[in-house]
Design a binder for this molecule. Sequence first.
Ligand SMILES: [Zn+2]
Length: 93
Amino acid sequence: MVSLRTCIGCRQKFPQLELLKITRLKNQTIKIIFPLVKEMGESGRSVYLCPKTGCFDKCFKRKGKDGVEYGLKVKVDDKTRNSILEKIDKTEN
Ligand SMILES: [Zn+2]
């Protein structure tokens, strides 16, 4: 069975393994997992994102309830954003 997750950018559902996973760990640091090698349970708060710059831009521009930081309940710093973008760039090229 394929688990579907909603992309926080375009709000569409995709198989979990196709998405980039952003997880907030217990110590409040953010871990980016991509590619996902197997379906994992939810360890801490996680959001999912298509590995596309379009979805990345959308989800970080969105403020309030639907934004990434609301979903994770933690601030996403520039360094973390850049490492997400790097992973997306590699996938798109
Ligand atoms: Zn998307």
